[in-house]
Design a protein around this ligand. Structure first.
Ligand code: BES
Ligand code: ZN
Length: 666
């Protein structure tokens, strides 16, 4: 449980419309209805956009996905889609960078089912009004607050199929991270980004926040005119003089994929279909680092079918971004910590891109099915990188992932709590974030690797391609997938794999295939030589990749003396490494071996980088000793304002900071 250690739950507490002189016609065949004038502009704008505008043919007006919702009970949402479900969201938001607040309206097209109430998720939002399309108030109630936020239940009169909610976000909106200029790369302008997954979108939009509910969206976002806004949608490539930006996502997506970033960013293309958004000081480095993006998209397409989202762009965020990457459709959000200067950490892009199929096209129905998103994506990521960088690369990264998995499972078992080592999770009553561990990623990947090896690559590829086509823009439950797998692949191929054992039972089954890497074996030989007294500078490390260095650092002997650590650092320059993966692995060793000389660098790293995967092991090793705990407390007090709420929640729990002023209580 290392490379992806942040996923380890170290604590289990834890329409179509046409307008015609004030007459609005809903898409479909219902008779026209008259609406009062005040809200007509916004409702028409909403419905109009959703319909693709005037003169669009009925076929072109089709919005992919919204009619395919299959309603699955989601323990993490108040929405009851069988009663009423949103099919389109239209945002009009003003971004106040000084007050650190979003304020505006969210309008919805609604598909009515068997009830007279529509239920939204909200969390910390102030609701100013809820109105019907005719401008009359719709009666609503706000429910009790829990870790799921508050239900907003709105009574819908007969025939009502749209609503407008006026609202603003609260100061603690957990999806949002507001950065002061000093926390950005350029250090001149403030920055804002959102992080929706898993259940945080409800802290900035009143929405049916369940991965099983899909809708299209459009947005008008007003920002200070020296900044630019981008979303998980069609994006501007140039600055606007008035600070008003318009967005459209005309494929149905779940709420957790609605995303916004605002900052002093610029765009540069990589090729016709792909490009980078970043701050000025980062843009050229990022364009160089991610030069393979275009090739990644076409490689992915040859494997599992056409890329269906139009453009594929990446925004490089400030270093406090709590994840490596987030697969927001059309625009992956990425940490700057993968910009190593040698293109060695770009598998992250392959991963987030792969989500354009596994996750964004076929989506986990609930967070209990999270492995369907991540296990498939890790498998797909490896297929892309194998095409691009070869089988040896793949062997190394697969083995690192497998080691992480074994460590995570061992830790969970040691705590007497192996429940979350199952692929199918039971997260009811818990924050879904707590189930987002290596298990979903690496045990999921291991199962798919096993199935592939049993049926052969050709059949497996045909199966996956068929699966993504068959279930495009739909959500998928574990049970439905298993049935499909048996019927479409295993049974016809006459192959037996105990898939149920892998999915519903804890632990790692015996038929797991452990990856083998010859290059790692050679690394181990060099570690042994060093252990036997060969000075570090005489080791055969020429041509080592980032992964070999990671393997080296993770498998150093325990209890190293200061002199030995200094020998390594002098020879290999770890403390001044610009590669965050190598640096983080080294700093962990420095804590373990109490190597004082690196503490200044550790302090600097923990104050600037907010990527949870790096924070967890470092703080964890620190708190293991009394001296370390004191250091951790000091650094965290200073660093905490730089971290996003998801990292704060994790580290608060680790250091026992819950309940302190300003801490996140869940
Ligand atoms: N969707 C995840 C990030 C995520 C997971 C956010 C759960 C919130 C809740 C993203 O695709 C991901 O897996 N990121 C990894 C990248 C890595 C596996 C290459 C990360 O951030 O480390
Ligand atoms: Zn992922």
């Amino acid at each position: 449980m290392r490379f992806r250690q942040w996923r380890y739950p170290y604590r289990s507490a834890y329409l179509r419309a046409r307008t015609n002189a004030g007459v609005l016609v809903k898409c479909g065949t219902k008779p026209p209805m008259r609406y009062a004038s005040w809200s007509i502009a916004s409702v028409i704008a909403l419905l109009f956009t959703a319909c693709g505008g005037p003169g669009t043919s009925p076929a072109a007006q089709k919005r992919e996905g919204t009619d395919q919702n299959v309603h699955i009970m989601d323990p993490h949402s108040h929405a009851r889609p069988e009663e009423a479900v949103i099919t389109h969201l239209s945002l009009d938001l003003n971004v106040d960078m000084e007050a650190r607040r979003l304020k505006g309206t969210a309008a919805y097209a609604i598909n009515r089912g068997k009830g007279d109430t529509i239920r939204f998720d909200t969390d910390g939002l102030t609701i100013h009004s809820v109105k019907l399309a005719d401008g009359t108030d719709a009666p609503y109630t706000l429910g009790d607050t829990s870790f799921l936020g508050r239900e907003l239940a709105v009574k819908l009169p007969a025939g009502a199929d749209s609503l407008i909610i006026a609202y603003e976000t609260g100061p603690g909106a957990r999806a949002l991270q507001w950065l002061s200029p000093g926390q950005t790369a350029d250090k001149t302008k403030p920055f804002l980004f959102t992080q929706g997954q898993a259940i945080l979108t409800r802290t900035w939009i009143p929405v049916q926040d369940s991965p099983g509910i899909r809708f299209t969206y459009d947005a008008k976002v007003t920002v200070p005119n020296d900044l630019m806004a981008v979303m998980s949608a069609t994006n501007p490539q140039e600055r606007n003089a008035d600070g008003v930006y318009h967005f459209r996502m005309d494929k149905a997506i779940p709420a957790y994929l609605v995303a916004l970033a605002v900052g002093d960013i610029v765009f540069k293309p990589i090729d016709e279909r792909t490009g980078i958004y970043a701050e000025r000081t980062m843009i050229d480095k990022a364009v160089w680092e991610f030069a393979d993006m275009g090739k990644m998209v076409s490689t992915a397409e040859t494997l599992y079918g056409p890329y269906r989202w139009g453009r594929y762009d990446v925004i490089v965020l400030p270093p406090s971004f709590p994840f490596g990457g987030m697969e927001n459709p059309m625009l992956t959000f990425a940490t700057p910590t993968v910009i190593a200067g040698d293109r060695s950490l770009t598998a992250l892009i392959a991963h987030e891109l792969a989500h354009s199929w596994s996750g964004n096209l076929v989506t986990n129905a609930t967070w209990n099915d999270f492995w369907l998103n991540e296990g498939f994506t890790v498998y797909f990521e490896h297929r892309i990188t194998e095409e691009l960088y070869g089988p040896e690369y793949n062997a190394m990264t697969s083995l690192i992932g497998h080691q992480d998995l074994m460590n995570t499972v061992a830790d969970m078992e040691a705590k007497g709590d192996p429940g979350d080592t199952r692929l199918k999770l039971d997260l009811a009553g818990r924050d879904p974030d707590d189930g987002m561990t290596d298990v979903a990623y690496e045990k999921g990947f291991a199962l798919l690797r096993l199935v592939e090896s049993r049926v052969g690559r050709e059949k497996f590829d045909a199966f996956l391609r068929g699966y993504f086509d068959r279930y495009a823009f739909q959500s998928m439950t574990t049970e439905r997938f298993i049935t499909y797998l048996h019927e479409e692949l295993l049974d016809p191929a006459n192959v037996t794999v105990d898939v149920e054992r892998w999915v519903y039972q804890p632990g790692i089954p015996e038929d797991d295939i452990v990856p083998v890497s010859d290059r790692f074996t050679k690394v181990e030989e060099q570690i042994a030589r060093w252990g036997n007294g060969t000075p570090a500078k005489e080791l055969a490390t020429q041509g080592w990749s980032t992964f070999e260095w990671i393997h080296f650092l993770r498998h150093l002997p325990k209890g190293l003396e200061e002199g030995s650590m200094a020998d390594l650092d002098r020879s290999f320059g770890f403390t001044r490494s610009g590669n965050t993966e190598i640096l983080a692995a080294w700093l962990e060793q420095c804590i373990l071996n109490d190597y004082d000389a690196a503490y200044l660098r550790l302090d600097e790293f923990l104050r600037t980088v907010g990527r949870r995967k790096f924070l967890i092991p470092l703080y964890q090793e620190l708190v293991a000793t009394e001296k370390g705990r004191t250091i951790a407390e000091g650094i965290y007090a200073a660093a905490r304002p730089n971290y996003h709420s998801v990292s704060v929640r994790t580290i608060d729990a680790m250091l026992g900071w819950e309940g302190r002023q300003g801490s996140i209580t869940l």
